[in-house]
Every structure is written in structure tokens, then in C-alpha cells.
Design a protein around this ligand. Structure first.
Ligand SMILES: N[C@@H](CCC[C@H](NC(=O)CCC(=O)O)C(=O)O)C(=O)O
Ligand SMILES: [Zn+2]
Ligand SMILES: [Zn+2]
Length: 382
């Protein structure tokens, strides 16, 4: 009889792989080994310098196929010296596991891998289990989950439903799951005036007042009050820069960057149009040129409450005693790609320390997450 797979130990070993985006760092190789050993068919789906791992247990193309999606890449640790335990130490101290990825989301990947391995070993289901694990969620994400989904469609692989294991609970285990996400986009503005001496401003065209006006107009505009399933949209100014070190020079150029999180009352295209109109108006008022470049990372999306959210919420409630709130709050996730493929929801552990120095997680939360994922599999294949 093979022992059950310990998700805490697996998380520890994953944390010890330095896999800051887009480095693979040995994390996917480790999962490949663990899953292959348990009878999963594993294929590395690398693209554009990004490593990804596809793993399936059961028949290809089975009509009943449960998918998990997650990532092993992590954001940079920042100042190593500021960490109580090294960011890649995987130290387990007094029941707490430390390191980059402890919450976001090597623990989630370890929990679903361990749950899937135990499940197929102990109660082989009538159906298939697919793990789609990417090495680039935190970066551009162009060759990450999208590459896996492209490869799957080209190779007759399919998930009937998918659970993304990102951390979804704000403070307490079990309190929240995600059934969609707001959209995300960024816009970069360059205001061009005319360089000059700051003591002779009439001979220059200063781009900064125009930038200040534009940023203020964009940031002070109320986009909406939220909608049935979504929080209000928000626009944040995330950068204003001239690159000008001199105090007696009016620079010719100024750049400004905004990031928008938007709900289903908007689209990337409608917001681009609005910002373009604002920029044109300010440019005319101030006699400057304004260029705008936009990147739409994802539109808003929703998997309406139904069988999949009921299945996950029921298992979470059964294991934690809490019925998770169905939310679309926070940032975006790779579910924005998966939703083109099959119904998708997200559930994971408490994300309090994600992207912070001293990222850490109580080890028993990882074990509990594995139990919840195991129960979801049991209920799905029942
Ligand atoms: N860099 C990518 C995707 C960025 C995804 C990132 N997601 C989170 O931080 C998740 C946090 C949460 O669960 O609330 C984000 O929203 O910026 C891209 O923009 O293409
Ligand atoms: Zn994540
Ligand atoms: Zn993250």
C-alpha cells in the first residue's frame, strides 16, 4: 500500500525551487516526477521560453474530466535580507511554512496534485483528471495557461470543468471562492511638449500640466457603482515620470500610466475609447501631443452560480463549516483564459501574505486544502 502524498512536504520542495517568473527552477520537473510515478501521463508544453506541464490520469477525451489549473512561478522575493526565513528555504517552524509561493500558489498546486494522486490510487474514478500547471502566471502570461489550452485543443484533450487553485480566502479558510474576475487593462500616455529653460517658460511647452490634468480627469471619473456580481470598477494612477534630473529644465516629454480593474459594465474597447477621447480633449486644451498605448490583460468574466460553484461550495462547507461567498473581487487570474475552454471557478487558501516579504502559511491549511480538493473530486465523480 503506497502512503498518501504529503502536500506540506511537496510544497516545501516546490518552494526550494527558485522559480521566479519565467524560471522553471525544477518545480515542474518535480511535479512531473511525482505525477508520472502515480500513473499520470505527463507532457511538458513549453512555449516562448515558458515551461508548462500537462498531466492526465484516465482516458484522453473522456466526457467526464475534472481539471485543476495553477502556477509554480512566483514573484521576486524583494530584499532577501528582509525575510525571517529565506524566500526559498521552505522552512517549517512551529507549524508554519515559510517562503515565496507558500500561499501564491505552490501550496495550492501541491494540494491539488496530492489530492489527485491519492484519489486515483485509492478510488480510481470513471473519468479523467487533468492538471494544467503553468510556469508563467505572474508575468505576461502569454505562453502560460494559454499555451496549455492551445496544446490541449490541438491534441484532443479537454476538461469538462476546471478549478483554479489560487488563494481566494481573505482571512479565514473557506470564506470565499471566485466565480469570475474583473477585467484588467493598463494604458501608457506620453505627453509631448517642447523642452526649455524653466526661467523662460513662455519659450517652452510644458507637458506636465497636461499630464496632471489628464491623470486627474481619469482618476476622478466614477466609472460605475458595481453590478450584480461585480465590485465597482477602479482606475489607479500607477506612474508619472519625466526622467528629468534637472530643476532648471522643462522636459519635452512626460509619461503616465494607469491600471483599470473593470466590471461587466465596460470592456477593454469601451474604456480605451473613453481614455482616447479624454486624451484628445486635454491635448487640444494644452496644445500638446498625447499618444496612448493600451494593453488589455483580460476582460471581465463570470461563471454564473450553478452546478460547479455548488459542488465546490458544498465541499468547502463540508470540510470547514463555512459556506464560501461567491465573489469576483481582487485581481485577475488565469481563469480568464480557462473560461474560453470550460466552466471555471477558483478556490484556495488564505492569500493574506501573497506577494509580501515573509510569505508564509500554516501547514495545516495546506493539509485542509488537500482534503477539500479530495472531497470535490469524490463528489464530482460520485
Ligand atoms: N501579469 C498578468 C496577470 C496578473 C495577475 C494578477 N493577479 C493577482 O495578483 C491575483 C490577486 C488576487 O487573487 O486578487 C493581477 O490581477 O494583476 C497580466 O496582467 O497579464
Ligand atoms: Zn497566483
Ligand atoms: Zn500572484
Amino acid at each position: 500500500m503506497t502512503a498518501n502524498l504529503d502536500p506540506v512536504h511537496l510544497t516545501q520542495n516546490l518552494i526550494r525551487c527558485n522559480s521566479v517568473t519565467p524560471a522553471e527552477g525544477g518545480a515542474l520537473a518535480l511535479l512531473d516526477e511525482v505525477l508520472s510515478e502515480a500513473g499520470f501521463t505527463c507532457v511538458r508544453v513549453d512555449r516562448g521560453g515558458v515551461a508548462n506541464l500537462f498531466a492526465r490520469w484516465g482516458d484522453k477525451g473522456h466526457a467526464r474530466s475534472f481539471g485543476f489549473n495553477g502556477h509554480t512561478d512566483v514573484v521576486p522575493p524583494g530584499d532577501d535580507a528582509a525575510w525571517t526565513h529565506g524566500p526559498f528555504s521552505g522552512d517549517l517552524v512551529d507549524g508554519v511554512l515559510w517562503g515565496r509561493g507558500a500561499t501564491d500558489m505552490k501550496s495550492g498546486v501541491a494540494a491539488f496534485a496530492a489530492a489527485a494522486v491519492d484519489f486515483v490510487r485509492n478510488t480510481p474514478p470513471e473519468g479523467a483528471i487533468i492538471l494544467a500547471i503553468t510556469g508563467d502566471e505572474e508575468g505576461d502570461a502569454v505562453d502560460g495557461t494559454t499555451a496549455l489550452l492551445d496544446w490541449m485543443s490541438n491534441n484532443g484533450e479537454a476538461m469538462s470543468v476546471c478549478l483554479v487553485g489560487e488563494p481566494t480566502c481573505p482571512d479565514e479558510m473557506g470564506e470565499m471562492m471566485k466565480i469570475g474576475r474583473r477585467g484588467s487593462m493598463s494604458a501608457w500616455f506620453t505627453v509631448t511638449g517642447k523642452q526649455g529653460h524653466s526661467a523662460y517658460p513662455h519659450r517652452a511647452v510644458n507637458p506636465l500640466p497636461a499630464m496632471a490634468r489628464l491623470m486627474d480627469r481619469l482618476a476622478s471619473h466614477k466609472l460605475d457603482d458595481g453590478s450584480e456580481h461585480f465590485d465597482a470598477s477602479s482606475l489607479a494612477i500607477v506612474g508619472i515620470d519625466t526622467g528629468n534630473p534637472a530643476t532648471n529644465v522643462i522636459p519635452a516629454h512626460c509619461t503616465g500610466t494607469v491600471n483599470i480593474r473593470f466590471n461587466d459594465l465596460h470592456s477593454g474597447a469601451s474604456l480605451s475609447k473613453w481614455m482616447e477621447e479624454e486624451a484628445d480633449m486635454v491635448a487640444a486644451d494644452f496644445g500638446v501631443g498625447i499618444d496612448m498605448r493600451v494593453k488589455i490583460s483580460g476582460e471581465s468574466f463570470l461563471t454564473p452560480p450553478g452546478p460547479l460553484s455548488d459542488l465546490v461550495a458544498g465541499a468547502v462547507e463540508g470540510e470547514t463549516g463555512r459556506r464560501p461567498v461567491l465573489s469576483t473581487s481582487g485581481g485577475t487570474s488565469d481563469a480568464r483564459f480557462v473560461k474560453h475552454h470550460c466552466p471555471v471557478v477558483e478556490f484556495g487558501l488564505v492569500g493574506h501574505f501573497m506577494h509580501q516579504v515573509d510569505e508564509r502559511v500554516p501547514a495545516d491549511q495546506i493539509t485542509q486544502l488537500k482534503t477539500i480538493y479530495g472531497r470535490i473530486l469524490r463528489d464530482y465523480f460520485a
